[in-house]
Structure formats: C-alpha cells, structure tokens
Design a protein around this ligand. Structure first.
Ligand code: MN
Length: 765
C-alpha cells in the first residue's frame, strides 16, 4: 500500500518535472533569441533555486507552482524585452513571498541588484489595493518607490499580472472581479505608460472578459461572423498597396489588425453607437525596413503619399506621432482611408525601429538610446515626476494621492509649444498653470496668467493641442489654495501642496510671535493654561490652528484680557480653518459611500444579516432578508450586468458592472464586492431613462408618447422634450421590469419614421 502510494507520488513528480523542464527549455529558447548579453550560468542557478524552493507547491489550477515563475520569466524576456537580471528576478519573484527564504539569501546567492528587485516585487506582492484607504496609499507608495529605484520592478510586476490574468479562470468569481478591476485600474495604465501597448491591450481585453462575460461573448460572436467578409476586404485593400510599395523599392511587411473587443465596447459606450457603427474596425500596419538614403520620417510620408494616391483619406483622422512622439515614446503615422468596399480602414505606418518601441516600449527605447548626450525623453521626465511626487506627497490622503498619480498615467495627451517653439506634452485637461509648473516649479508659484496664442488668459485656462503658451509671472505672486482646483498634473499638485504647507508654517510662526508679544504686553505667561483658555474661547482644538488664524489676522487678540472668559458660540472660524487646510474638502465618491454607511449603521444595526461574500446574490422578490438598494449613479435594471457592494451595515448597493463608481469600488474594496444576478421573478418597477432624437415632423411627439404608453409593462414618470431648428430631443423617464422592456420600447419607438435614434441613457441630476 505504502509502496503503491510512493510510486504514485513518484510518477506524479516525474510528470511535473517533465512539464517544468519543457517550460524551462522554452524560456531558454526565447532568452537565446533576445539579443541581450547571455549568462546561462546564473539563469540556471536561479531556475534551480526557485525550483527547489517551490517544490511540491501547486497553483490553484493544479499545475506545479514553478510553472508560474517560468511563464513570467518568459513574458519578461519575450514580450517585455528585458535581459538576464530581469529573467532571474522573474524566476525568483515569489520565493521570498511564498517560502522561508529571505531577501538576504537571494542577495548572498545572486547579488544586490537581483535581490533588490525581488525585494521590490515582494513588497508589492499583495497587490496595490488593500482593505483600507491608508493601506492602499502605503502600498501604492511602495509601488512608486520601487519604480523610482528600478523601473524593472514594475515591468516584471506587469508580466506577473499578465500571467495571472491569462490564468484567471481558475480563481473564484469574487477574486476574479477584484483582480480584473485592479488590473484595469492600475496595471493596464502602467503598461500603457511604459509603452507596452500589446500587453496593455491584452490586459484590458482579459479584464473585460471577466467583468462582462456576456457582452464579451456577444461581441466576439459578432466579430467572428464578419470574419470572411473582412478577409476579403483585407486582400482587396492590401494587394495594390503592396504592388505600389514594391515598385518604390521598399522592404516591408503588412500586419492585418482588428480592434480588440474591449476597445470596440469602449467606443460603443463613449460614442453611444451600436457595434455596426464602430467604423474603424479594420486596420493594417505597414512596417518598413529603414533605408539608408532617406530619413525615417521622410520614408513614412512617402508611404503615406502613395497610399493616399490609392485611397481617399479621412480628412480628420491623421495622427503624426513621428514629429511629436507620445510621452511613452510611441512613434508612428496613423491615417484612415476609404477602402475598396467603402469601409474605413486605419493604416499605421512605422519603421522597424518604431515598431519595436511600440511593442516593447521602454526597454526597446533604451536600446536605441545611444550615448549620454541623447536628449532627455518624455519618459525620463515621467520618472523624474514620480520621484518629485514621492518627495512631496502627504502620506495621509490615500485616495487623493492615487487619483492624482493615476491621472498622470494615461489620459490623452496634448502637445503645446513654448514661445521658442519647443514641444511639451501634457495630459488633456491641463491648464496654463500646469504648463507653468511643467517648465519649472518657480514659474508655477509665481504665475499670474498666460498668453495663449498671443491672447491673455487666466491661470485656470484649459489648453488644447497646438496652443502656443507664454507664461506671465510676478515676483509678488504667492501660491493660492484655490489653485488646487484647476491643476491636473501630479507635478503641479505636489509642488503646490508642499508650497502651501510651507506657507502655512510661516503663517503659524508669525501668529505665534504675535501671541507671544501680546502676552508680554498684558503680563501673562503664554503657558499651557492660558493657551487652553484661548483655545476654548475661540473654539479651536489645535494650537497650530490658533496660531495660523492669528497669523492670518482672522483672529484678533486686541481685547483678549477683557473677553477671555466670555463664551463665543460661533464656530465659523473653525470651519474656515478647516477649509483652509482642505480638511473639509468635499469627499469623493468612495468616501461618501463610507461616511454614509457610518451614519446608517446606527439605525440598521439590529436588522443586518451577514452577507456571504462568496455566494452569488440573487435579487428578486423572494429576497426579503437582504437589504439592497439600486445605485443612484448608474441605475441598473434587471438584465443589466451588475455587481453588489456590501456596505458596512451588510446592506448591498447594486451597480452596473461598467459603472465608474463600481470600477473604483472594485479596485479599492474588492473584498466587499459580491457577484449579483437578477432572479427570474419579476419585481417592482425600475427607473430607466430613454433618449429620443429625430426630425420635428408634425404629430411625431404624439406618436412617440402613444408608443411609449402602449408598452404594457411600462409606466411613464416624466417626459421632457425640446425642439430646436427642426430637430427634437426628448427624454422619457419610465418604470420598467428589465432590459427586455427597454429594448422592446426602443425598437418600437425606432419604427416611427421621423425618429433617428433611441437609446437608454444614464442621467444623473
Ligand atoms: Mn507571481
């Protein structure tokens, strides 16, 4: 018996060893091809060490644990384009976290560099988002710190996350939400920022697949249906292009591209259009070998010219990222042309060098950076910004900190010019003040306004691409609290906050001096007892607050000897102080959820039933013991894909899965997210808002109202209609049972001739 068991274990471990060896050989193959300086000895050593450390451990999917670090190492070398140090670090990345070995052990065996990367990876291994906001800030700081120490940490972390996303199916549903949410919220933007486009796209698509499985399936089917027609268009489109480019003596290849499901869905949502109207579904990429006789830029434009002589270009869809590369280093020429079947086709033109940068981002970018006199790129600037942000950040305000930083990770970029014609890249939404800070923090602090395209504008003026901006300063200017309302870049925010803190300190000292003088005058000591009397009188809790108000001349000490023991009931000053320091700042959505809970908690204490986070919650008229509310932000109705957020009092708020608020909750409070499904029994009516647009023909409104009110399952709550220049726009607030009602309603209203479009909208008033 024992013998048989022994044998079985032995066979299993032989099988394990076989697949591990296979995966290791595959890794070595990629490593050989990588073009990096090779050191098989140390890679072997890292492999064997990790192999023994993880021996016997398994992943949730059942495969040996070692398969994970091996897969991550393969992604690191093949898809991220990193070399020996990173491959070893990837192989070792979970050893400290999951086994008894320490960073010290790694250091002794593999040296300080690898040990510090593994240390960085271990510190952020729990994911960025913990259970509490303070924990999040802490984790996020760690992440940023590790980036500023060695950028390879985040690149390996992204590889780690990519493999976890590829194998996410074996995780329980609630965990899937959390991981997918965090990926979309933080890792995909990071990948984008580092120029890892392909990985960013895959991360988004995978997150989407797990967050919206139904929509994902539906859209993939639609894409599959068009497959044959697309192939036909491609071959018709490409043939003449190939002929032309060959005749011009180019070496090149053409990649056929199809928009990812996530980006199709994103576009449908943003533009509020059906699948059929997403018009740049098709794209081709022309990657040419650089010729010695012409510059890459000229070659790109020559190719552009030959394509537009074959196909008509869309006048508004030309993007030149060669003259002004994106902040993450991306270069290419994009255009959209009308294809042979009247379909729009996007064409991306890149040299092989540009292509490698586009695929592998930062690592390729460094490869092409030669010598020390290469000008600093936007990427180098970005790393600098991270360091500045870390130096200036307050550790207390977690959510704010992450949001500020996140804002600077992705968003679209605009290009603006200095008066000398230098190009600066800023996130869209940036103001003149952001621009001033981007040039120099002193310019920001002393900025009084700007000239944009030679016209005078205020600090808060929002810039657009192509603006030429001249900053106006004055030595007398001082940074103001309100400025925080209209800066968006991390650099400006951090700089401003630290300046304001310094300013506060100066005012506090000034106030203290005034108080000391006054007490000398009235011959009383400024001791604890008298200070307490003052604080009590002015209803202030903290002595620094008191001194601040004295320094700001909000509080006047002139008559204190007469008044000091009288009561003053006004708390106005206190509030004013809070505003000054931003303490009473309007909390963001996350905090609102929390604070509302706190007040509700008291009332509901007794009735709360503990909700099982692991079970899917089914909402219908039979669930009377569970308290749930429909989220006011996205107003989901049965049929929508939803999830639940368990509040502190064990009540559940139901959000649409695509809701922005839900997205945030998922990323920040993943452990409070429960899967929710709608039950089959019809419950209560749900509010929905339908928007109708069309031509204002006679009687059309009457027809619409007739159709809407005829829908048997529907109640009209409110109708509002506006007409202007022969066009009408109306919204109908109705009560429905589910999405089926809404879809029926939409298709019925669409049958009316004069109606152009009908859609369900989210209206937040
Ligand atoms: Mn891992």
């Amino acid at each position: 018996m024992i013998n048989r068991l022994h044998k079985k274990i032995k066979i299993m471990s032989t099988i394990d060893d076989e697949i591990i060896q296979q995966e290791y050989q595959a890794l070595l193959e990629e490593y050989k091809k990588s073009g990096h300086r090779l050191d098989f000895e140390i890679v072997d050593k890292a492999f064997n060490f990790a192999y023994n450390a993880h021996k016997g451990a398994r992943r949730r999917s059942g495969e040996p644990y070692m398969m994970h670090p091996l897969a991550v190492a393969r992604i690191v070398v093949k898809e991220v384009g990193l070399g020996t140090t990173s491959v070893c670090s990837a192989l070792l990345h979970d050893v400290v976290e999951d086994t008894d070995y320490t960073v010290e052990d790694i250091k002794n065996l593999f040296g300080a560099r690898i040990a510090s990367i593994v240390d960085g990876l271990t510190k952020i291994s729990g994911g960025v988002f913990g259970e509490h906001a303070s924990k999040q800030a802490e984790n996020f700081r760690k992440l940023l710190l590790s980036i500023s120490e060695d950028i390879r940490v985040i690149m390996i972390k992204i590889a780690d996350r990519l493999h976890n996303m590829r194998t996410l199916a074996s995780m329980p549903v609630a965990k899937q939400y959390k991981i997918a949410g965090e990926t979309l919220y933080i890792y995909a933007p990071f990948a984008y920022r580092l120029g890892l486009f392909r990985i960013k796209t895959e991360l988004e698509d995978l997150s989407f697949k797990y967050e919206h499985p139904e929509i994902f399936k539906n859209l993939s089917e639609k894409l599959d249906q068009g497959e044959v027609a697309r192939e036909d268009i491609y071959s018709k489109f490409i043939a003449p292009v190939e002929e032309k480019l060959h005749s011009m003596g180019y070496e090149f290849y053409i990649e056929k591209r199809i928009k990812t499901i996530y980006s199709i869905w994103h576009k449908m949502k943003v533009k509020n259009i059906p699948f059929e109207e997403v018009f740049d579904l098709l794209a081709v990429r022309i990657i040419f070998k650089e010729r010695k006789d012409i510059s890459e830029k000229d070659q790109s434009w020559l190719i552009y010219s030959s394509i537009t002589s074959l196909y008509r270009p869309h006048p508004e869809r030309l993007r030149d990222w060669i003259s002004a590369p994106k902040a993450n280093g991306y270069e290419a020429l994009h255009l959209t042309v009308m294809g042979p079947n009247g379909q729009w086709v996007e064409v991306q033109i890149r040299s092989e060098r540009m292509h490698e940068i586009a695929e592998k981002g930062l690592s390729a970018h460094w490869k092409y950076k030669t010598g020390d006199n290469t000008p600093e790129t936007e990427l180098d600037n970005w790393l600098k910004t991270i360091k500045e942000l870390l130096d200036n950040a307050e550790p207390t305000n977690a959510v704010d900190f992450i949001d500020t930083f996140k804002l600077n990770l992705f968003t679209n970029e605009i290009f603006v010019f200095t008066p000398k014609g230098e190009i600066k890249t800023l996130p869209s939404g940036a103001t003149t003040l952001d621009f001033a800070f981007s040039l120099h923090s002193d310019l920001g602090m002393q900025c009084i306004g700007a000239k944009v395209n030679h016209k005078l504008v205020p600090l808060s003026h929002e810039l657009t691409s192509g603006d030429q901006v001249e900053i106006l300063t004055s030595k007398k200017q001082k940074p103001q609290q309100e400025w925080l309302n209209f800066v968006t870049t991390a650099r400006a925010k951090a700089g401003l906050k630290s300046a304001l803190r310094k300013e506060t300190k100066i005012v506090i000292n000034k106030g203290k001096e005034i108080a000391e003088k006054k007490f000398e005058e009235i011959k009383l000591p400024l001791d604890n007892q008298n200070l307490q009397a003052l604080l009590g009188y002015f209803k202030i809790v903290d002595k620094n607050e008191l001194f601040y108000e004295i320094g700001k001349e909000i509080i006047n000490l002139d008559d204190i000897e007469k008044k000091i023991f009288k009561q003053n009931t006004s708390t106005r000053w206190f509030n004013y102080w809070k505003l000054q320091l931003g303490l009473a700042k309007k909390p963001d959505l996350l905090l609102t959820e929390g604070s509302e809970d706190a007040s509700k908690k008291e009332e509901n204490k007794e009735t709360a039933v503990k909700i099982d986070r692991k079970k899917t919650l089914v909402i219908d008229d039979t669930c009377t013991d569970i308290k749930y509310t429909i989220a006011p932000c996205c107003k989901p109705i049965p049929g929508d894909e939803v999830l639940g957020y368990v509040n502190n009092n064990e009540s559940v708020t139901i959000h649409k899965r695509e809701c922005i608020v839900a997205e945030k909750l998922k990323a920040n409070h993943g452990e409070s997210i429960v899967p929710v499904e709608w039950g089959s029994r019809k419950i209560l009516s749900f509010p929905a808002v339908i928007e109708v647009k069309g031509i204002d023909a006679q009687g059309v409104l009457l027809q619409i109202i007739e159709v809407v009110s005829k829908g048997c399952a529907i109640n009209i709550q409110k109708i509002s209609i506006e007409t202007k220049d022969g066009i009408f726009e109306g919204t109908f607030h109705v009560f429905v049972h589910n999405t089926e009602d809404v879809n029926n309603l939409i298709s019925n209203v669409l049958k009316i001739k004069a109606v152009n479009s009908v859609s369900r909208i989210e209206e937040n008033l």
